[in-house]
Write a protein that binds this ligand. Structure first.
Ligand SMILES: NC(=O)C1=CN([C@@H]2O[C@H](COP(=O)(O)OP(=O)(O)OC[C@H]3O[C@@H](n4cnc5c(N)ncnc54)[C@H](OP(=O)(O)O)[C@@H]3O)[C@@H](O)[C@H]2O)C=CC1
Ligand SMILES: Nc1nc(=O)c2c([nH]1)NC[C@@H]1CN(c3ccc(C(=O)N[C@@H](CCC(=O)O)C(=O)O)cc3)C=[N+]21
Length: 287
């Protein structure tokens, strides 16, 4: 049976360090400020926003949630983002994805100040990550949370074969960059990939970010692999499940993340840590 990578426990441990940093800032009269902008009613986003709000309050952040109607125009949304770019009480801005179809994600991402980019999606920040120059640079929270699992459980990446399924700017692309930077040999698969299970069966490290419940079965997994399940899907009973058939795959893998309590809590923990980092970096710049 696989070792379960416990996201809840690891998140709590990292949160303790973040709280120490919050205390240090507080001693200097600084409160980290995070704004989350939610357009419309995406279900995974609402879950994420609720959990984030709870964690941000617990940590003593200045936390703002902006719920905007589905009908907002791109120009109006960008104006709201720009307002937070110059708001001195806000250090980190997160615009929930997906956005409604009439709004271009890229235009909105470009509008966020790279210094306040909570998700690390701005092309300047994503570019630095690709070039392995991401010091004092925000990095996408879900992939960086996954890297913390590898570190905490001493899972080696150097020279390993990694397969990432999914190529979104929020998970797949930054995940692939982090793994390459850590000297893994990385393959990125997506909906046009042929013979997917042939690839996944060779993966020492398998990261699945597809958004289809129980997409990966035991047959798709190499014995002894490390399986990371990013999916936040609903099964037929509307229960929260992942992209990996946990019950089957747990018997074959060496390590596996559960859903819930795997990658999800780590994403929030990295967002909190990153908000504190952005606050610190901006205070250093101010002198
Ligand atoms: N736990 C967490 O913290 C987070 C969880 N999520 C969850 O992770 C999942 C993925 O999220 P996100 O990356 O935003 O999703 P996207 O929908 O943006 O990306 C999904 C990716 O999966 C690929 N894909 C779709 N169908 C197949 C298929 N049959 N075979 C191979 N690849 C396929 C798509 O390919 P193509 O590019 O060709 O369309 C795409 O690259 C969702 O369930 C989401 O809710 C997301 C963020 C954080
Ligand atoms: N700009 C942007 N950045 C994101 O990082 C982003 C986004 N948009 N849009 C939506 C997805 C989804 N996502 C989740 C993160 C944590 C949980 C989470 O806390 N999951 C708990 C759920 C526990 C419960 O059931 O309440 C767990 O897995 O244990 C869920 C979903 C981030 N996303």
């Amino acid at each position: 049976m696989a070792t379960i990578l416990d996201g809840k426990a690891l998140a709590a441990e990292i949160d303790k360090n973040t709280m120490l940093e919050v205390q240090k800032l507080s001693d200097r009269g600084i409160t980290p400020g995070l704004v989350v902008i939610l357009v419309g009613h995406d279900e995974a986003s609402q879950l994420y926003v609720r959990n984030k709000e709870r964690r941000a309050k617990k940590m003593g952040f200045h936390s703002v949630i902006r719920n905007l109607p589905e009908t907002i125009t791109e120009t109006e949304l960008i104006q709201i983002v720009q307002k937070y770019n110059t708001d001195p009480t806000i250090n980190a801005i997160l615009v929930q994805l997906p956005l409604p179809a009439h709004i271009n994600d890229f235009h909105v991402t470009m509008a966020i100040s790279p210094q306040k980019d909570a998700d690390g999606f701005h092309p300047l920040n994503l570019g630095k990550l690709i070039l392995n120059q991401a010091n004092q640079t925000p990095v996408a929270c879900t992939p960086s949370g996954i890297m913390e699992f590898f570190k905490a459980y001493n899972i080696p990446l150097d020279g390993k074969r990694a397969v990432v399924i999914g190529r979104s700017a929020i998970v797949g692309k930054p995940m692939a960059a982090l793994l390459v930077n850590a000297n893994a040999t990385v393959t990125v698969a997506h909906s046009h990939t042929t013979n997917l299970s042939e690839l996944t069966r060779k993966a020492d490290i398998l990261v699945v970010a597809v958004g289809i419940a129980h997409f990966i079965k035991a047959d798709d997994v190499k014995p002894g692999a490390v399986v990371i399940d990013v999916g936040m899907d609903r099964d037929v009973q509307h229960k929260l499940v992942g992209d990996v058939d946990f019950k089957e795959v747990e018997k074959k893998a060496a390590y596996i993340t559960p859903v819930p309590r795997g990658v999800g809590p780590m994403t929030i923990t990295m967002l909190m840590a990153q908000t504190v980092s952005l606050t610190k970096w901006s205070s250093e710049q101010d002198g």
